[in-house]
Design a protein. Structure first.
Length: 495
């Protein structure tokens, strides 16, 4: 679901373009508190105005991006699909001068194959990094230039989504529904959404905040269990599941946005962390931040500048529509984390109302506390969770879901999930935390197996959806995601 305010500025005539894939405007907006067997509707008038989704549109972001790509290419923009930026390039002064794409044709053992092709250098007067949540190069830039100094730690959730074609009698085009509560416990943040759009399509998804504490929790299994709720089952029953995907979501908001400018470049979009958490929306702010960066960089280019710091972008974003959007909701996530779902969501709603009416908060600006990798309890202090077996009609196993993501990787290539210290993984991740990577991964990438009495950590990199949750949640910060060869990964045609 997309707030079109950014698109209205970028492409004012998009509603008149018959090729634009955004066709379904929100006409009904429901919020629910879920118990095991009931969905209790919350009165809309109690919701802060910014939670009103009327005027938003539901559709495939992948298709929207492809439509935008065609518009961009018509303006002379060059797009290189299938090539991942894998290295930041610096000049003699330490300023960013561009990026290099990854080498192609490298075997799993690191040696060049007969198809080996060296990556390309792509250089410019300024480089804008728009890698999305937990971008690999963005992490390096934040470390090199200290962009997170005096900022709150970054926060993340994992979003899982399926697209279903449902019985036309159950479809209500333009209806959007959000629910929180069951099956998560009261101390774990997250919630469910169902969006009815286009011809008999429903996007059903689930978000779990990655600061959960129980190492036995599986976001994927929580999602599958949530779909068995009577209110959700009533929509999906008899339908056909068409697509599946997962992605990390930036949740730190206003307090966690790093410094956005540095010598030679800037951060934009979810690389900077511009998601509005209670609204579960970031596309409008991603576009807004890019428009703002483009304006500031354009001014610098007109002055004949290059590869210096466009500090005006960093100085202006908090007063922009992006900054004002995030400022109003800055305390929702920390209140939810500190007080749990029942009290925390209530306090967050109250705080949004106060911010909307009076432009300030009784809480000031709250701290997020720990990073996600620091929140897990040791397994001995946690209770295992017994998840039901999938029924193959409403709930499904992970591997059949990965099949629907159209994920594909060249098998003979270096593993793109790097373990810094395998012994630490054995002693701590498995020995202390009971192997949570096997559960927080939504694609079955990680497995602990025993062979001849020897414990072995198996990485099924071919399954990887590039959600990057492992990069954020591993309790020792021991896993690093890097881009695989070429365009490997999921192919979200209709997501």
């Amino acid at each position: 679901m997309i707030d079109p305010r950014g698109l209205d500025v970028l492409v004012p005539d998009w509603r008149q373009d018959s090729q634009c894939p955004l066709k379904t405007e929100v006409v009904k907006d429901d919020f629910f508190w879920l118990t095991r067997n009931r969905a209790i509707k919350l009165p809309n008038f109690t919701m802060p105005p910014l939670m009103n989704n009327h005027g938003c549109y539901v559709g495939s972001l992948g298709r929207l991006c492809r439509w935008l790509a065609a518009r961009a290419e018509a303006l002379g923009v060059e797009i290189y699909p299938g090539f991942a930026a894998s290295e930041v390039l610096y000049d003699d002064r330490g300023a960013v001068r561009g990026v290099a794409t990854g080498d192609m044709g490298v075997a799993k053992d690191g040696t060049p194959k007969s198809s080996f092709t060296r990556g390309m250098e792509l250089c410019g007067r300024y480089t804008l990094f728009a890698e999305g949540a937990r971008g690999s190069l963005t992490k390096q830039l934040i470390g090199k230039f200290g962009l997170d100094k005096d900022r709150e730690p970054p926060k993340f959730g994992i979003g899982l989504k399926e697209v279903w074609e449902i019985d036309p009698a159950r479809h209500q085009k333009g209806l959007v529904q959000h629910g929180f509560g069951w099956p998560l416990d009261g101390s774990t943040g997250g919630g469910l959404f169902l969006y009815h759009y286009d011809e008999n399509l429903v996007a059903v998804g689930y978000v779990v905040h990655l600061n959960y504490t129980n190492p036995y929790l599986s976001p994927y299994e929580e999602f599958q269990r949530a779909k068995t709720h009577p209110a959700v089952r009533a929509v999906l029953e008899g339908g056909k599941r068409l697509a599946y995907g997962a992605r990390a979501i930036t949740e730190g908001g206003y307090q966690s946005v790093p410094r956005l400018s540095f010598p030679g470049g800037v951060l934009i979009g979810c690389a900077a962390g511009f998601v509005n958490v209670p609204r579960i929306k970031g596309v409008h702010n991603a576009m807004g931040s890019a428009i703002l960066a483009a304006e500031e960089i354009n001014a610098a280019l007109r002055q004949g500048r290059s590869n210096d710091e466009v500090a005006s972008y960093e100085q202006s974003w908090r007063e922009s529509v992006v900054g004002k959007d995030l400022f109003l909701v800055r305390n929702v996530k920390p209140l939810w984390s500190k007080f749990g779902t029942v009290i925390g969501v209530g306090l967050g709603g109250f705080d949004m109302w106060v911010n909307t009416l009076f432009g300030r908060s009784l809480f000031g600006t709250l701290s997020h506390g720990k990073a996600e990798r620091e929140t897990l309890k040791p397994a001995r202090a946690a209770t295992p969770i017994a998840y039901p077996r999938p029924d193959g009609r409403i709930s499904f196993d992970r591997l059949s879901s990965v099949f629907l993501s159209n994920t594909n990787h060249e098998e003979d290539q270096p593993v793109h999930l790097r373990i810094a210290d395998l012994e630490l993984q054995r002693v701590s991740e498995h020995g202390v935390y009971a192997g949570p990577s096997n559960r927080y991964c939504p694609a079955g990438v990680y497995e602990w197996t025993e062979e001849g009495g020897t414990l072995r950590y198996v990485i099924n990199a071919q399954n990887c959806l590039h959600c990057k949750s492992c990069d954020a949640k591993d309790p020792n910060g021991n896993i690093t995601w890097v881009p695989p060869e070429g365009g490997g990964g999921p192919n979200y045609e209709a997501m």
